[in-house]
Each structure stands twice: as structure tokens, then as C-alpha cells.
Design a protein around this ligand. Sequence first.
Ligand code: THU
Length: 141
Amino acid sequence: MSALTREEKQTLIRAAFEARKQAVAPYSCFAVGAALRSADGRVFTGCNIENAALTPTSCAERTALFKAVSEGVTRFTDIAVVGARMGEVNELVTAPCGVCRQALYEFCGDGLNVIMARTEDDYIERTLGELLPFAFGPQNI
Ligand code: THU
């Protein structure tokens, strides 16, 4: 259960929409933004960054995570994710891909609250443990 208020969640969703504007997605034309909130209340944003060779592409969630970790921040409570084809509003929410779930799990474990939003008022929340059950992580090594 997230400790954030509805207003704080909406602020996080707004930050994800803002980050989505920087998406580099000439191949898929699908733009994603993410906003990751650290345990001390800071927000790290990210967008997807595609690559002509495709596999080096970074999803928005990993961009945000790696920005934070590279600045020494490793504890997080919530992440908001928004995605849609460029110039469109999505009917479906954008859920983190499997690789991003695994990358987030390394630092966040089961408890991270994942906010998948269509708009500021219309979102679904799940814990990372729900999205990636029975995960393999640092505890297994
Ligand atoms: N993408 C993300 O950035 N995050 C997700 O959760 C799902 C997919 C990106 C990767 C690629 O640039 C584009 O969306 C289409 O798959």
C-alpha cells in the first residue's frame, strides 16, 4: 500500500507525462514517461530512448531508475508510468515490461507501488510483487 496521498500520486503522474515529452521513439512511435519517487521524496523522471539497433533501447522506467541510482539514490516507494502512441491518448495503461520489472526489483523488492496511468484521474496501482511474483533477486544470490 502506497503512503502517498491522491494529490501526491497525481503530481507523480504529471511528472511522468512531462518526461514523456522527451521520448526518443522514431521506430515504434510509442512514447513513454516514468516518474520514480525515492524514499526521501525526490522524483527522478525518464523517457524511452530508442536506438537504430533496437536492443540498446532504454525504457522510460529504466532511464528513471538508472538516473537515480547513478546519483546514489537506491530506495524508492512509487513509480508512475504513462505511455501512448505519439499524439494519441491510450485506452490501455502502459505496464512496465518484464525487463523493467526485473531491474526495479533489484532495488525495490516487492513493495514498490506501480501507478499505471491513463490520466491524472484514471490510474491502476499494483505492487511490484503483484507484477513480478516469485521474483529472482539479490536475496537468491
Ligand atoms: N516502453 C517503455 O519505455 N516502457 C514500458 O513499460 C513499455 C515499453 C518503450 C520501449 C519502446 O521504446 C517502446 O515503448 C515500444 O515498445
